[in-house]
Design a protein around this ligand. Sequence first.
Ligand code: MLT
Length: 404
Amino acid sequence: MYKINENYQKLPGSYLFSTIAKKVSAYTQANPGKGIIRLGIGDVTLPLAPAIIAAMHKAVDEMADAATFRGYAPDLGYGFLRDAVASQDYQSRGCGISPDEIFVSDGAKSDSANIQEIFSQDNRIAVCDPVYPVYVDSNVMSGRTGAYDAASGTWSDVIYMPCTMENGFVPEFPKETPDIIYLCLPNNPTGTAITKGQLQGWVDYANKVGAVIIYDGAYEAYISEENVAHSIYECEGAKACAIELKSFSKNAGFTGVRLGYTVVPKELKCGGVSLHGMWARRHGTKFNGAPYIVQRAGEAAYSPEGKAQLKEQVAYYMRNASAIKSGLQEAGYTVFGGVNAPYLWLKTPGKMTSWEFFDYLLEQANVVGTPGSGFGPSGEGYFRLTAFGSYENTQKALERIKGL
Ligand code: MLT
């Protein structure tokens, strides 16, 4: 008789964004004709940039010709993309990352969920609270998190690093020593960034206690302040303790195209065993490479035209971010984020819980956001809005919220 992976039974509810989608769909079915504005999930709305579309068209034509047709992609990624990433995202910033330390994938979400596989079951993970739910849920699925306490919304074996208004949403070194530390900077969901000096502190801490940092840099393109690192490898010693995840979703609008990469430096070793070798083995066994057309699209993000067009897209979304921030502040809300990230993190008004405010906004303003408590217990009493909507919808949503 077969048995299931019982760890899945421990997961409370469904994935946060699936729960929200179900609630919104139930509301729209019951209230047809309401013009719902979605500022919940961080999904882009601008079309792909012309340089990217041109590269995709060209790649499609190549696939139609026997002379240029491509079958299986190299499982670790095409050289043309790995070279572009290494030189433009790393070497140009003084980070000595080489193309063969880059593993191209179908996105940072899957990499952030899969990376835990190469670590022992008895490692303790530390996460920021609130946190992107994938880090915790993927560790629940693999049986690393202990028992769930519904009252506190926490797992017995997870080390939580509360990020609240009191500490400026910046995690502090935990009292218990973790083995794996998840950091997402600029942060989803709070929109906070830390200085390069603060990040260096985390690298030094990880090297001191023998921990590995899983560094999610999905929102790096939104950094606007000078003293914020664009990669963890800008910090000294990071190649010995950190894995970096990057996405093309937020900087190039690939949420529906799917492309990302993970950097595992060759220097990263556990008792002499190379994590780079382990991830290469895992990738080779479980992944057949991102599609050629998509990798050519990714390469185009590094062309001069591509870079200029994407800079405009990021600026477009950041204009939304500052409009939301100032608009809500005018309306009396306390708002954080939106400076180095496309997320706004606001205090719910009065004593409303995050989910109460979600329902209130959905029903009274027909605006969808994300309840802070969905990201962890310290997110209770907060609410996330994304700047990825169209400018017009963002303005409309603001008018509605101000009119409440
Ligand atoms: C979010 O809204 O937190 C993200 O868009 C989800 C994701 O990137 O998977």
